[in-house]
Design a protein around this ligand. Structure first.
Ligand SMILES: O=C(O)c1ccccc1NCC(=O)[C@H](O)[C@H](O)COP(=O)(O)O
Length: 286
């Protein structure tokens, strides 16, 4: 059967449109990491290599438990305490047993636990996440450099309550990754460091935004970043939860964000303290 010329051109236009949509969807699933500079770019590219062969299939939708979101949504500033054994800025921090560390944080009043699963620079691994989830009743955040849908599928399969999504890494793919996290029933901590990233987070429909005081390209900390961007988010009408992240070492520093943020995420100063429970309690005591 010969198709009329007009039908052929309609088919050609439709195929072109389908190819463009496919290219866009593909682009959204694979963020362009060549635009991410410095140590952050290197880590993100390494993680992309780790998951190059992984299937992007998420599997069936899972119900949203919203446990991570719920514990941050109280009247007082909540502590997300991080199991962090090493980092690019500090090198080795402490040879923590993840389960022991998480139990100490729980006793010290933490509302949630963050566990690094990145192996090369943070001495993290999936077993650390499993151990922590088995050791505490608190909701647990998978802290990694998410660059592939499989990393979210894993977080859900491993019973994490939430995953970190970094706008600095995901760029315009942030919204797509947020939808994938929600499809899997995960809460997402959508992390930003400047005004432009905050705009992306707000447009993505994030329910929880984390403001990182650490510039992940230079590793410099500026504790003025969280108050500035948290105020900005509220001014823009953001009604979700706001988390101040990185660099907090003293109750005086915590006092600066106590009335602004819903939660604070602390790693190095607690992890390297020697008595994690006492350090958590002391840090958060007004
Ligand atoms: O901590 C680093 O040196 C680092 C370097 C490159 C990318 C990410 C990095 N840290 C991730 C974090 O955001 C922190 O682990 C988290 O906010 C806790 O920060 P801190 O209390 O300063 O350990």
């Amino acid at each position: 059967m010969r198709l009329p010329r007009s039908a052929l051109s309609v088919i050609r236009v439709l195929c072109g449109a389908a190819a463009r949509i496919l290219r866009r969807v593909n682009g959204l699933l694979s963020p362009d990491l060549s635009r991410v500079p410095g140590v952050l770019g290197r880590i993100a590219q390494e993680r992309a290599g780790d998951y190059r062969e992984a299937s992007p299939d998420l599997g069936p939708a899972r119900p949203a438990a919203r446990r991570f979101e719920a514990v941050l949504n109280g009247p007082a500033l909540a502590l997300i305490a991080e199991v962090k054994r090493a980092s690019p800025s500090q090198g080795a921090i402490a040879p923590l047993d993840p389960a022991v560390a998480a139990r100490a944080y729980e006793m010290g009043g933490a509302a949630a636990i963050s566990v690094l699963t990145e192996p090369r620079h943070f001495d993290g691994n999936p077993q650390a996440l499993h151990d922590v989830i088995g050791a505490v009743t608190l909701p647990v955040l998978r802290k990694d450099f998410v660059v592939h849908p499989a990393m979210l599928r894993e977080a859900a399969e491993w019973n994490a309550s939430a995953a970190l999504l970094m706008v600095s890494v995901l760029g315009e793919a942030t919204g797509a990754y947020l939808e994938m996290a929600h499809h899997l029933g995960l809460d997402a901590l959508v992390e930003v460091h400047d005004e432009a990233e905050l705009e992306v987070a707000l447009e993505s429909g994030a329910r929880i935004i984390g403001v990182n005081n650490r510039d992940l390209k230079t590793l410099e900390i500026d504790l003025a970043v969280s108050p500035r961007l948290i105020r900005q988010a509220r001014k823009r009408g953001f009604a979700g939860l706001l988390v101040a992240e990185s660099g907090y070492r003293t109750p005086q520093e915590i006092a600066e964000i106590r009335r602004l943020a819903d939660a604070v995420l602390v790693g190095s100063s607690l992890a390297g303290s020697g008595d994690l429970g006492a350090a958590a309690r002391q840090l958060m005591t007004p």
